[in-house]
Design a protein around this ligand. Structure first.
Ligand SMILES: Cc1ncc(C[n+]2csc(CCOP(=O)(O)OP(=O)(O)O)c2C)c(N)n1
Length: 369
């Protein structure tokens, strides 16, 4: 195991002092350490991984320093464009240290969406011409070699991180005392939907909790699309579903997911079919991967949704407010609801026991009825 703080200090001692990225469960201790030890302006949790690459590039332009970008391997896709058309040696040749959490490493048990991404993690880097090393416990020489390479070649280099490499590091979470947790709010929400309503829910624990609530209620899962990967695209999936059905489609999004591809809502909001019902669970955090903050506490999300085209946006914190909100959304079009929930989830929260393909087939059958 690598001592997380020592590793962080090695980066600082090598003049790598600007961190940016999207948090990852596998890198949660590293992300926590960066959050706790870096000045606020030197650790920017971005909307998506591509933004982080661009921000680190900008930091290099003004300081000549190497920026550090952290991400889960799922974020490689978001980063491809600025890696190839901004940082690449054949374009602006910008030095960059990437730290990539390797979910779904071949041979290790993981969820289907991570297994696929894990298989192609290294070959994606190779296809982009990005050199990398899978970091070991004896990282000192590997890190020196990586930094030497970045300086000599003025291009990105990736440290690929296996599960369990970093030692535990505790994060101090901002306290928001909303009455309900996400799971409690979801229970109320699901309890007030109609039998035929369709749910498209976001990546992370939201979908896992919905799966378990359905199990506990003995309701089956055929009404639900659990967006296990594709973070940030839940609203677009739900909008696409709503075009092809008369059933009400309830999109249950998260603040991190919404912010990741906020532009999607600008387009969806200009259309807003009456069966598209949008609910955003705002806990001001990437709760599913360790509770690192999103910027939502300083955003006026209802105002953003209104500016995108919703005529009204309700804010619900209590059971009664959620019930009233569901009733209003059910009857009216162009109304959205923002749930404010506090952080926290069950230690024993499981994962869907159906596969994504089983989920898809059951949902398509339901939609075809
Ligand atoms: C492209 C991409 N980047 C990062 C992740 C890792 N990830 C999974 S869930 C999650 C947090 C989602 O935050 P939010 O939408 O606010 O929901 P919460 O977990 O707070 O309920 C992250 C960062 C991912 N799956 N995909």
């Amino acid at each position: 195991m690598v001592d997380t703080l020592s590793f962080y200090n090695s980066l600082i001692n090598n003049s790598i002092d600007f961190f940016t990225g999207v948090p990852d469960s596998l890198l949660s201790d590293f992300c926590a350490c960066v959050k706790e030890n870096s000045p606020k302006e030197k650790n920017v949790i971005t909307a998506n991984e591509g933004n982080a690459v661009a921000m680190a590039a900008g930091y290099h332009l003004s300081t000549g320093r190497i920026g550090c970008v952290y991400m889960q391997n799922s974020g490689e896709g978001n980063a491809v464009n600025p890696l190839l058309s901004l940082c690449d040696k054949e374009v602006y040749s910008i030095p960059l240290l990437m730290i990539i959490g390797w979910r779904g490493e071949p041979g290790k048990h993981d969820e289907p969406q991570h297994v696929k991404q894990g298989k192609v993690t290294l070959s994606l880097l190779e296809a982009m011409g990005i050199k990398y090393i899978v970091l070991s416990e004896n990282y000192a020489e590997e890190l020196s070699a990586a930094i030497k390479y970045i300086k000599e070649n003025s291009e990105p280099f990736a440290l690929v991180i296996k599960k369990g490499l970093f030692s535990p590091y505790k994060i101090s979470k901002a306290k928001y005392d909303y009455p309900l947790t996400r799971e409690a709010a979801l229970k109320v929400l699901l309890g007030n939907l109609q039998k035929d309503d369709i749910i498209v829910s976001t990546t992370g624990k939201t979908s896992r909790e919905i799966f378990e609530i359905r199990e506990a209620n003995g309701e089956g899962h055929s009404n639900d699309f659990l967006t296990v990967g594709s973070m940030g695209h839940t609203a677009s999936i739900a909008y696409g579903v709503s075009i092809g059905t008369d059933k009400n489609v309830w999109c249950i999004d998260g603040d991190g997911s919404f912010i990741m591809h906020m532009g999607g809502m600008a387009v969806i909001g200009s259309k807003l079919p009456k069966n598209f019902k949008y609910i955003l669970n705002d806990n001001h955090a990437h709760e599913s991967v360790g509770g690192q903050p999103t910027c939502s506490a300083s955003l006026d999300i209802p105002a953003i949704l209104k500016a995108c085209g919703f005529k009204d946006v309700l804010v619900a914190e209590t059971e009664e407010e959620i019930k009233a909100g569901v009733n209003k959304l059910k009857d009216e079009s162009g109304v959205a609801m923002v749930l404010r929930t506090r952080q926290g989830s069950r230690e024993d929260l499981g994962r869907p026991t159906t596969t994504p393909i089983e989920n898809k087939i059951a949902l398509m059958k339901k939609l075809g009825e």
